[in-house]
Every structure is written in structure tokens, then in C-alpha cells.
Design a protein around this ligand. Structure first.
Ligand SMILES: [Zn+2]
Length: 340
């Protein structure tokens, strides 16, 4: 069967591999159908110095598929059923896993497609515990955005920032995969959404998704615009994932007691911070990474109810690298999907 492996920095090759073993007890085998691309794939592709991993490695951290075979003792799944898979090998036994806080697993075996073999292959065998059924009416492409893109946003907005109806939120990079999801989820809740984009065309598209105010961060200082739009009060919540370039402006955009939640640092990992501002303004800052199994189920439910992901483009498996280059270029609006 075909698998897409990373052999070194920017060296992806479609290879012929042996199919995975049949599923053992409490495992399922899945025929993979669609993979969602994320910035973590770009980091892996570029070769992140800190990542402990052995190459070659099958890429792909986020995916959907259909059940191909069931191991002994597995219930709740049937052959042909549409499913999505959790993007990390959690232990299922530590306190965090037992509490449903899977992304805080104390014995995590690695992120799929980054530390350990991922989903860009025709079949995978994995624990049934890490597989979630997809509700009726959700496509493979949309479902492939649930385990990371939608799940991460669900976790950031609701578990961490505890976003409430009627609040105002600043969503950075409103054209990105998670930015588009954040705009749609915040609007569905009844929030006022301010978003930043890098060009006016993306601004129009963000408005069409429901954003109330759009700021072109290349032509305007976003923190100044946010102060104006909120009559100098600031926003309740900032949805951060840009990092160094926007960090201080994001803090300045918050109202007193506001919450900042971040899951990324695409523009750089280091920033300095005014600590007096932090405690005087009583900011609450949340680091967020991945999501729980529950967040994936919530995301799929939203999709079934019509809150679907924005798909930028769909590539075949052999063009995975083209998809990554498109993601890296920031020309995207929404998610990039690779089908198998
Ligand atoms: Zn665990």
C-alpha cells in the first residue's frame, strides 16, 4: 500500500509499504480517506530541531477514514463506518486521560505524523479508544478538520477562554484554518467578532463568514483599530496563534480582566512582556495545545448541525508537499485537505 514518508527536511516521498497488521484486541483498522494539513505539518516538513523523532516517518496528524476491520472486544463500530482519529498516542490510563483531558496525557507516545507515524497512508491500525464516529451527513473532507482544527478551536474558546454569548473577540489571522473556524464558532454563539487579515480580499471573505469588523494588519495597527472599535474598552477575548509579531498588540487589545488564549507562534516563539500591565490589567493568559476526545465529538456535532469548516483546497496524496507550500505561503483561506 502507499504511504507518504518524510525522509529529511523537505524530502517527502510516496513509498510502497507493507499494510499494517490486522487489528488486535481493542484495536480497529481504518482505511484513511482525508488528511487535514496544519502548521505542525509545516514544522515537521521544515525539520524542527527540538522534535525527538526517527526518520523516515509517515506524515499526517489529522484525518478521517472508514472502519476496515475490528479487533476482538471492540464494540460501537461497524465496517464501513465513517470515523476520525485522535492525533496523538495517549496512554488512556493516566489521571489526565481518565478525566478526559487527553491532551494533558502524562505518558504521551507522540504526535501522529510528527513524532510517530501518521495518517498519510492507505490504512492504519490503532486503539479503538482514539477513534470517534462521524455523524450522518458530514463529509470525509469536513470530518478531517475535526481532530485538530475544530477540536483545538473548541478547546481554546470554550474550555480555556470560556467565551460567553455577547462578548467581543479578536480573532487573529481570520483566513487561516483555525481562524475561519474561530470566526464561525464565535458568531454561532452570538459574539461580536473582530478579525485581522493580510489582504483586503481575505477581509471580504472573512466578512462573508460573519466577522463584524475586519482589520488589514499590513495597512493598519490592529491594536489601535481594536481600541477604536471597542470605544477604548478593549475586547473580552483574544484568539492568538500568530506569536511574536502580534503578542504585545494582542495584550493591548484586551479589556481589563480580559482573556488571551494562544495555540501557536507562526511568526516567532519569543516575545517580551510588561509584567506590570499583566497584573494591573488582570489579564488571564491560556496556553492551549490540541484538544480532548470530547472536543472532537463536539466539533463533529457542530459540523452535523451545519457549522462546517472552510476548505481552501483539496490535493491528492502525491501533492501533499504542494499543500504544505501553500499553507506556508499564507495564501490560504481555510483548510487544506489531502485525499487518499
Ligand atoms: Zn495518559
Amino acid at each position: 500500500m502507499r504511504a507518504l514518508k518524510l525522509f529529511g527536511d523537505r524530502d517527502l516521498r510516496l513509498t510502497d509499504v507493507d499494510p499494517p497488521p490486522p487489528p488486535g484486541p481493542d484495536e480497529v483498522q481504518i482505511r484513511v480517506r482525508a488528511v487535514g494539513l496544519n502548521h505542525i505539518d509545516v514544522w515537521g516538513f521544515r525539520g524542527m530541531a527540538f522534535a525527538k523523532r526517527r526518520l523516515p516517518l509517515v506524515v499526517g496528524a489529522e484525518a478521517s477514514g472508514e472502519i476496515a476491520a475490528l479487533g476482538a472486544g471492540v464494540s460501537g463500530f461497524a465496517p464501513g463506518q465513517k470515523v476520525v482519529m485522535y492525533g496523538a498516542r495517549t496512554c488512556g490510563e493516566c489521571r489526565a486521560c481518565r478525566d478526559g483531558r487527553d491532551n494533558l496525557c502524562e505518558n504521551v507516545g507522540g504526535i501522529m505524523g510528527f513524532h510517530v507515524d501518521g495518517f498519510a497512508q492507505e490504512r492504519v491500525t490503532m486503539p479503538a479508544r482514539l477513534v470517534v464516529p462521524v455523524p450522518e451527513g458530514v463529509s470525509f473532507e469536513d470530518a478531517a478538520c475535526a481532530p485538530i482544527a475544530f477540536g483545538t478551536v473548541q478547546h481554546m474558546l470554550f474550555d480555556n477562554a470560556k467565551l460567553e454569548p455577547g462578548e467581543t473577540i479578536l480573532v487573529h489571522a481570520g483566513g487561516s484554518g483555525i481562524g475561519t473556524a474561530a470566526i464561525k464558532m464565535a458568531k454561532a454563539l452570538g459574539c461580536t467578532v473582530i478579525t485581522t487579515v493580510g489582504d483586503d480580499e481575505k477581509g471580504e471573505r472573512a466578512k462573508a463568514l460573519g466577522a463584524d469588523h475586519v482589520i488589514n494588519y499590513r495597512t493598519e495597527r490592529f491594536e489601535g483599530e481594536v481600541r477604536k472599535l471597542t470605544k477604548r474598552k478593549g475586547v473580552d477575548v483574544v484568539f492568538e496563534h500568530v506569536g511574536a509579531e502580534t503578542w504585545n498588540g494582542s495584550l493591548l487589545s484586551l479589556k481589563r480582566g480580559g482573556r488571551l488564549v494562544t495555540c501557536g507562534s507562526t511568526s516567532g516563539v519569543s516575545a517580551t512582556m510588561n509584567l506590570m500591565q499583566l497584573f494591573q490589567q488582570q489579564y488571564r493568559i491560556f496556553g492551549s495545545f490540541g484538544c480532548s476526545m470530547r472536543n472532537i465529538r463536539q466539533s463533529l456535532q457542530k459540523m452535523a448541525e451545519g457549522l462546517t469548516p472552510v476548505i481552501d483546497s483539496v490535493f491528492p496524496l502525491e501533492d501533499f508537499a504542494k499543500g504544505l507550500e501553500r499553507l506556508e505561503s499564507r495564501r490560504v483561506f481555510g483548510k487544506i485537505i489531502v485525499t487518499i
